[in-house]
Every structure is written in structure tokens, then in C-alpha cells.
Ligand binder design. Structure first.
Ligand code: ADP
Ligand code: MG
Length: 556
């Protein structure tokens, strides 16, 4: 094969689009220790791209070498690969870029009296001259993919390419707050940071101070993995995950697992379709990370994915529950009362060992203190006292949370208590809901329903989850099936179904509760995974803090 052609094919792996060029050149500038990096893009980057830095520069006799394949100044031995601290190490970027464009490189290292300029067109050196230059390196790329018309055709609009370039520069600006970064596209400034060293200040440059006021500091360490950054508090969300960024050892990475780990910390507290904001840095010992997977290096394989997941979730959970007070010592255990409501509450045996134990390793620390129940208000709220003030607990929401947690565990262990019906119940549902009955019988069985089609829009129910037995079973099943018929992703559906069942089975507002019943409910609530919110994400309790009360009474 013609070596020029081979180079062009290899370039395709590293250089997919203008943003890939920007990524490689910015990484080189950062590896060179730049304090300032300026990116210019004209015509969506296809006409002209330039990255200018004030880094260490390249010695005149090394300039051609920088364009040679697998020439890198950053990696000497195979052992070095185990402990990579620079962003680049493959020595592929410059030759790849130069094989699909015309590159002009100007550079002057510190201490050299003058600099050098070289021009490489489609892999061939076409010009070299000495010239007076500032210290640092400027690389200009013109006519990208001019020799690859097919590649050019596959590119999105110029606007989309500018968007992708913006994303790249934005994320390096976040990862390197000590570096001043600017991006100018077709003469318009799109982004600029102050190089203030401070992440918060940098984010303020990029996102505005408004958002910053809300963010909470993340700081945690687990299994030798350090997690730091900023995340939004509960209740502050955005419509997309575009506001979540992850960096592993200073490198921006995109990996679905990371987003899931972040959102797990908010589990049950996010309304559907809403996402938290987060800038999260993960530090992993370089040996546990395989950055060498893809030439463009955005996909990183972790050797310890589970631990990375746990570390993120743990650190973020801690950050968002900072307001929660934790009482040392054990919770006083009230004598267990009896009665139908209490039986309902106790469907789930006390958690002991097994997979519940496993789950609790990842679960957050107790998020509410032990509460002393004082009474009930309006047959609606349980009034209780904690170390920091008076709590009003929504009895329905609290019971929903308890039942939801119980039910989740039971479904997971495939042991939902079931109540067989003496006479089968016939239930009218919509045709869409009938499809669910026909298609998802085994799954409904896991939830505790034994239900089968019985005509076009009628189904026959032979057994129901015990927790629902006393209530309007038909209504609940109808609501559940209609809901499932809307076609959500499986995991989401399950969550939804459990929340609906918990809601239907929970005590209603307006139901009078005895003191024992309230005590028992509050105690069970304290031991759930998310005592402060119901499965739909609404609060289960409100704290009237002693400080606030004192202030309102004019005592402070
Ligand atoms: P890599 O970054 O993997 O080493 P590149 O092809 O990106 O490979 O760059 C090749 C070499 O050129 C680098 O190892 C470095 O020595 C030099 N180089 C490239 N860009 C710069 C720059 N902006 N400043 C200083 N040196 C640079
Ligand atoms: Mg590089």
C-alpha cells in the first residue's frame, strides 16, 4: 500500500472531525505546560483551525520529528505506559492531522534566540524557515479533509462542528482551571476563562454565577479513588445530562456508567426527565486505568468500574445530604404495637443479612435523626421532635417510602407476599393495557399479580400482592396497567409500578393514627434508603428548625 494512503487511513481513527483536531492540539498545548491556550476556528473548523499556546515550545531540530509517526517525547519505555501523566503518548496526532490537511507549525522554545516555521501538506514537508516568534507553539490547520471528500461529506453542518469544538474547549477549560482558555469562531468569542486556578471561578466564567450559587462541594475517597467536584442540590435540575461532566485523571471522559453513578445518588429524588448538574473529577492510580483503548482516548476502560461507580455515588450522596443531621448512638426502639395498620407496615421482616446487607454498603448514612413522635395534626401530619427542631411528617408520603423500600427488596428476592382471591376478579382495561397483560404476565407475577386475559378488554385476576389485598384491587391494577401501557424503559417501568403500588397501599391523608402506629411508622421510615422523600420525589418531612423558630419568636 502507498504509505501516504496508509497514513490517511490511520488518520481516520484519530481525526474524525474538526473537534478531534482541536482536542489533540489542545492536549499537546497542555502537555507543554501552557498558561494560556487560544483556539480559533473558521468555517466550522474545515477552513481553518489554530491552536496557540505559550508552552515549552519545540526545539528547531525536533520539529520534523514531531510529525513522524509514533514519535512522542512523552513515553520512553513500556513501564511509562503504566503511569501516564501526560494527555498524549501515542505520537499519532500530528502526523495524522498533517496527512489530511495543510499544517503550519510555528514554535520557539524558551531560551532559543529565534523560532522556526514549517509547513506540511498532506504529509510532505513543503516549507521550512527560521523566524522571530514569541515563546510557545502555534499550529494552524487549513483545508481539513480536502483530500478526503467522502469524509467531508459525512460531517455535520458547520454549526454542529462548532458546537463539538466548543464542547472540547469547554471541558479542557474546566479540567485545567489554572490555564487561560479562549475560543474564537469566525471572529466571535465563544468562551474565555480567567485562568484563576479556582474551579468555581472558572465555572462562573463558563456557566454564569447564577448556577454557581447553588452548587455543593463534593469531596470523597473510597478504595483509593478520590472523587471531587461540584454538584447541584436536590431540587435543582436541568432537562438534559449536558450539564454533567466527568474527568478521570484530568482527562474528559464520556461513559454512561459515570452519569448513572451520579444520578444514583439522587435516586428517587429526581422527577422524570430531569437531571442534576455535576462536574466530577475522579483520580485513579494510573495503573488501574486503560487509556490506551481507543486512539482518540475519550473512552476509558476502568479495571475497577464497580468501585468507580461506588465512589462517585458515595461522594455525591454525602455532598447532597449535608443538611441532614446524624445522631450518634442507637435509635430507641418502641414496643411493637399490633393492629391491622401495623401488620401492613410489618409485611417486610426486619432486614437481616443477605442482599439487603449488600445494598446498605452503598446506601447513604442515616439521613434523619431519631425522632420523638408528639402527635398528629389534621389527620394528615405526624408531629415529631428531633435534635434540631420540630418535624412535620406527611403520613401518606412516609408510608409510601416504607412500602416502596419493602416492596423493592421483596421483588428483588422474588418473594412478594401474595394473597389469593377466593373468587377471581374480573377487571375491565383498555386494549393497550391488555397488551401488557398478554406480554408481561411473568413480570406481573413477580410483582405479586396473577392475571390473565379474559376476553378483548377484560382480564381475570386470581391473586394480588398481599399489601394491596384490603384495598380497591381492581382500581389499583387498572391504574398500574394503564401506566405500564405508555411504554417506558423496563427499569423505569419497574420503579413506576412499585411507586404506584406503594401509593395505593399507603395510609391516606385523613386517616387517624394512634400514637403507637405513628411511632412505628416513623421508626420504619428512619431505616429506609431515602427517608426524606417519597418514591415520587416529594418530601416526606419538613423541619422547622429550632433556630428558625427562635428567630420567629424574636429570641435571636
Ligand atoms: P503525543 O502528544 O502523543 O506525544 P503528538 O503527535 O500529539 O504526539 O505530538 C508529537 C510531539 O510533538 C509531542 O510528543 C511533543 O514533543 C511535540 N509537540 C506537539 N505539540 C506541541 C506543543 N504545542 N508544544 C510543545 N511540543 C509539542
Ligand atoms: Mg498529542
Amino acid at each position: 500500500m502507498d504509505p501516504a494512503l496508509a497514513a490517511r487511513i490511520a488518520a481516520g481513527e484519530v481525526i474524525e472531525r474538526p473537534a478531534s483536531v482541536v482536542k489533540e492540539l489542545v492536549e499537546n498545548a497542555l502537555d507543554a505546560g501552557a498558561g494560556e491556550v487560544r483556539v480559533e476556528a473558521d468555517g466550522g473548523g474545515l477552513e481553518r483551525l489554530a491552536v496557540i499556546d505559550d508552552g515549552c515550545g519545540i526545539a528547531a531540530d525536533q520539529v520534523e520529528l514531531a510529525f513522524a509517526r509514533h514519535a512522542t517525547s512523552k513515553l520512553a519505555t513500556i513501564e511509562d505506559l503504566e503511569s501516564i501523566v501526560t494527555l498524549g503518548f501515542r505520537g499519532e496526532a500530528l502526523p495524522s492531522i498533517a496527512s489530511v490537511s495543510t499544517v503550519t507549525l510555528r514554535s520557539r522554545p524558551m531560551g532559543a534566540p529565534a523560532g522556526v516555521q514549517v509547513t506540511v501538506r498532506e504529509g510532505l514537508l513543503v516549507d521550512r524557515r527560521a523566524m522571530g516568534l514569541p515563546v510557545g507553539t502555534a499550529i494552524e490547520v487549513r483545508g481539513l479533509f480536502a483530500n478526503l471528500p467522502a469524509r467531508r461529506k459525512f460531517l455535520k453542518s458547520g454549526q454542529a462542528e462548532v458546537g463539538a469544538i466548543h464542547q472540547v474547549v469547554l471541558h479542557y477549560a474546566i479540567a485545567y482551571p489554572e490555564v487561560r482558555m479562549t475560543l474564537v469562531s469566525d471572529g466571535k468569542s465563544l468562551l474565555s476563562t480567567a485562568g484563576a486556578r479556582d474551579l468555581k471561578e472558572t465555572l462562573a466564567c463558563l456557566y454564569g454565577v447564577d448556577l454557581l450559587d447553588h452548587l455543593l462541594l463534593v469531596e470523597g475517597e473510597r478504595h483509593g479513588l478520590r472523587v471531587t467536584g461540584l454538584v447541584s442540590p436536590i431540587g435543582y435540575t436541568r432537562a438534559t445530562r449536558g450539564w454533567q461532566s466527568f474527568f478521570i485523571n484530568g482527562r474528559w471522559v464520556r461513559n454512561r456508567v459515570l452519569h448513572v453513578a451520579l444520578e444514583e445518588a439522587y435516586h428517587g429524588m429526581l422527577m422524570g426527565g430531569r437531571h442534576p448538574v455535576g462536574v466530577v473529577f475522579i483520580e485513579i492510580p494510573p495503573g488501574d486505568l486503560d487509556v490506551n483503548v481507543h486512539p482518540a482516548k475519550t473512552e476509558i476502560r476502568f479495571l475497577r468500574e464497580r468501585e468507580v461507580f461506588g465512589a462517585i455515588r458515595h461522594a455525591v450522596t454525602a455532598a447532597i445530604s449535608v443538611q441532614a443531621t446524624v445522631l450518634p448512638g442507637s435509635v430507641p426502639s418502641p414496643e411493637e404495637p399490633s393492629g391491622s395498620f401495623v401488620e401492613q407496615l410489618s409485611l417486610m421482616p426486619e432486614p437481616a443479612g443477605g442482599s439487603r446487607e449488600e445494598a446498605s454498603i452503598l446506601a447513604p448514612a442515616r439521613a434523619v435523626p431519631a425522632l420523638r413522635v408528639l402527635g398528629q395534626a389534621g389527620s394528615l401530619f405526624i408531629i415529631a421532635e428531633g435534635p434540631d427542631g420540630v418535624y412535620m411528617v406527611d403520613q401518606h408520603a412516609a408510608h409510601e417510602r416504607v412500602l416502596y423500600d419493602d416492596l423493592s427488596a421483596q421483588v428483588m428476592q422474588r418473594e412478594v407476599p401474595v394473597q389469593s382471591l377466593l373468587a377471581p376478579l374480573l377487571c375491565e382495561v383498555s386494549p393497550a393495557a391488555m397488551d401488557v397483560v398478554a406480554a408481561d404476565g411473568p413480570w406481573l407475577e413477580q410483582l405479586g399479580f396473577s392475571v390473565e386475559p379474559f376476553g378483548a378488554t377484560t382480564c381475570r385476576v386470581r391473586a394480588v400482592p398481599a399489601m394491596l389485598a384490603g384495598g380497591p384491587v381492581g382500581d389499583t391494577l387498572q391504574a398500574l396497567l394503564e401506566d405500564l401501557a405508555t411504554g417506558k424503559a423496563h427499569e423505569e417501568r419497574q420503579d413506576h409500578a412499585l411507586a404506584t403500588m406503594a401509593c395505593k397501599a399507603a395510609v391516606k391523608a385523613g386517616q387517624a393514627l394512634s400514637l403507637e402506629e405513628m411511632r412505628y411508622l416513623v421508626q420504619r421510615l428512619e431505616s429506609t434508603s431515602r427517608p426524606r422523600t417519597c418514591p415520587h420525589g416529594r418530601p416526606t418531612m419538613i423541619l422547622l428548625s429550632t433556630t428558625d423558630l427562635e428567630r420567629q419568636f424574636g429570641r435571636r
